[in-house]
Design a protein around this ligand. Structure first.
Ligand SMILES: [Zn+2]
Length: 98
């Protein structure tokens, strides 16, 4: 029997993914001039680029956030924001839409 059938993998959540999308939202919110393309191609590419540039942080949703409120979490959140910011700059210079 396969492990994935026996255990509920939905409880394994990618914390980084949530943080990356939060950071993208924050950048879009301050983009008053609309310089960031909001089409799906560009936004998902920004997310993929950012996610590939930070080490992942998974957690088990039942246990809550592993590093909530700690200095580690603050440092990690900074890294995520930086990765999102540079991903946005890259996609802005070289948009993903056809
Ligand atoms: Zn686009």
């Amino acid at each position: 029997m396969a492990l994935r059938d026996e255990y509920d993998l939905d409880n394994l959540t990618n914390e980084t993914e949530r943080m990356v999308f939060d950071a993208i939202e924050a950048e879009l919110a301050v983009d008053q001039k609309g310089e960031i393309c909001r089409c799906e191609d560009c936004i998902l590419d920004v997310a993929a680029l950012a996610l590939n540039n930070v080490s992942p942080m998974y957690r088990v949703s039942l246990l809550g956030r592993l590093y909530a409120g700690s200095a580690d979490e603050t440092r990690y959140a900074d890294k995520v924001r930086q990765a999102v910011h540079s991903a946005i700059e890259k996609i802005k210079a070289n948009p993903s839409h056809g």
